[in-house]
Design a protein around this ligand. Structure first.
Ligand code: DCS
Length: 505
């Protein structure tokens, strides 16, 4: 190394005596963004889970109940058998070799074997191979067919991008939209923190519009207009409106009229509509509030709305599939400039491809066994057990039972869940509790949620993690614990709440 290089190296080392990467030196956006669903409570819950494993009986409860995350299979929701049979066969194709088929056919139904063979061909022979960056063409064709059958309007596989869950799809679109630091993205409050976290990471501005708790978390165009006018008056270049339907954390479902108003609003105000529809099969009032996709609503409004730019997101993480860890999702582009779609493809190609097994799970979700297939009877039974159509289904019962229990608690009100998998009760806390929270350096609902965890093992997410009306306090809980555990789960919350309220009167 030449003397001048040596001196520059020494100077560089002297200028930075410690680590290259420190909280002071790394990207401030990374330091500053927050994602509450796996925040302080979740981290503490894992510590307590480990303590219980290492020292059983050392805590006032026997187990941690993770109600902080919509993770159905962590709370004993069983996977759909057919989906796992196909996954197993695609992961170990030797099972389908002629010499093994007599044994395999005793365990795997013929339609699972046939589906696995078909999908292996679509994946150039192995689930270990990279796939097309936009996703396996056959799977995208099946997603398009599912969308056509659901909505009654054409869908083009070339406008569909398979992703490692809906999250990276949302991030791809936000990253593409946020071209400078004055870009605004409208998000609901309360909101799922994927949006605020991603907007912050990409250097944009979250533009809040408030859902109305008194009206079942209703969304009004008046509020959208207020929020948009205010942010534009502040010089923001507002480019998109994010809608989560059914809502997370609030569980509301939009009416058809409300959806038409939202599409018209985006049309008038030239906003990209980002429709997060990952809970589209978690619908608990199908008669009064069935799910309508924004794709269908937009197309039903006729040629005057052809120019509206819509991106719709779906996932295998929710509904009766609940395969969160497999990382499967997709987004469909409607009215998006083809050259911009090429940019989405370019972003996707940097990560090479979404997980193959995640893509296969998408195929199973949109193309499950049909009546007459050997696996249909079992599929229909399993699907009904989790989310029946003809009777009050399990998830719906749990949602109503837990909401009713919350509404019996002193100072608590809770809207019923119309969809999704969460309840978002409001807790009215005493000044004494609020002061104790401040003294502990926590938000009031963070203080309450942590006390709940320490006393009962129930892990929820403080409402502050989703943002909320000023001076209101909430927490978000899933209603996923198995029905047979619900009574004990509710009893522990009731006991805790009564003791907490007495302590801080
Ligand atoms: C509204 C919404 N959109 C997107 C996602 C991302 O899903 P995938 O990336 O897994 O497809 C979630 C996940 N829900 C989180 C995870 O569990 N609890 C939550 O609130 C969500 O609630």
């Amino acid at each position: 190394m030449s003397p001048s290089n040596e001196s520059s190296t020494a100077a560089a080392a002297a200028a930075r005596p410690g680590k290259v990467m420190t909280l002071e030196s790394i990207n401030k956006r990374v330091v500053n963004f927050e994602y509450a669903v796996r925040g302080e409570q979740a981290i503490r819950a894992e510590q307590l889970r480990k303590q219980l494993a290492d020292r059983p009986g050392s805590l006032p409860f026997k187990s941690i109940v993770s109600c902080n995350i919509g993770n159905p299979q962590q709370l004993q929701q069983s996977p759909i058998t057919f989906f796992r049979q196909v996954s197993a066969l695609t992961e170990y194709p030797d099972l389908m070799k002629p010499e093994n088929l007599p044994m395999t056919s005793k365990i795997f139904p013929s339609d699972a074997i046939q589906r696995a063979k078909e999908l292996l061909v679509a994946m150039s022979g192995s689930s270990g191979a990279y796939t097309h960056s936009q996703g396996i063409p056959l799977v995208r064709e099946r997603v398009a067919k599912f969308i056509e059958q659901r909505d009654g309007y054409p869908s083009n596989p070339d406008n569909i991008f398979l992703t490692a869950g809906a999250s990276p799809g949302v991030q791809t679109v936000l990253q593409t939209l946020i071209a400078h630091d004055k870009v605004g993205i409208m998000i609901p409050i309360p909101q799922y923190p994927l949006y605020t976290a991603s907007i912050a990471l990409f250097g944009g501005n979250a533009v809040p519009y408030y859902l109305d708790e008194a009206r079942d978390w209703g969304l009004t165009v008046e509020e959208l207009s207020r929020s948009l006018a205010e942010s534009r008056s502040q010089g923001l270049d507002v480019r998109a409106l994010c809608v989560i339907n059914p809502g997370n954390p609030t569980g509301q479902c939009l009416s058809l009229d409300n959806m038409r108003q939202i599409v018209d609003f985006c049309h008038r105000e030239k906003l990209v509509l980002m429709a997060d529809e990952v809970y589209q099969t978690n619908i608990y009032k199908p008669a009064e509030l069935p799910f309508h996709s924004f794709k269908k609503v937009l197309k039903s409004m006729g040629p005057a709305y052809e120019g509206v730019e819509l991106v719709s997101f779906h996932s295998v993480s929710k509904g009766t599939v609940g395969e969160c860890g497999r990382r499967g999702g997709y987004f469909e582009c409607t009215g998006i400039d083809p050259q911009v779609q090429e940019m989405f493809y370019k972003i996707a190609s940097v990560s090479l491809c979404p997980p193959a097994q995640g893509q296969l799970m998408i195929e199973h979700m949109v193309n499950p066994p049909k009546p007459g297939d050997p696996s249909y009877e079992l599929y229909a039974k399993e699907n009904t057990a989790i989310y029946g159509k003809s009777r009050p289904e399990s998830l719906r019962r749990r949602a109503d039972k837990l909401a009713s229990a919350f509404n019996t608690l002193e100072g608590v009100t809770c809207n019923a869940a119309q969809g999704a998998m969460y309840l978002f009760p409001r807790v009215r806390l005493s000044d004494k509790a609020i002061k104790a929270a401040e003294a502990a350096g926590k938000t009031p609902d963070g203080f309450y949620s942590m006390a709940l965890l320490e006393a009962t093992g129930v892990c929820v997410v403080p409402g502050s993690g989703f943002r909320q009306e000023k001076d209101t306090f909430h927490f978000r809980s899933t209603f996923l614990p198995p029905e047979e555990q619900m009574d004990q789960f509710i009893a522990s919350i009731k006991t805790f709440h009564s003791e907490f309220m007495d302590k801080y009167r």
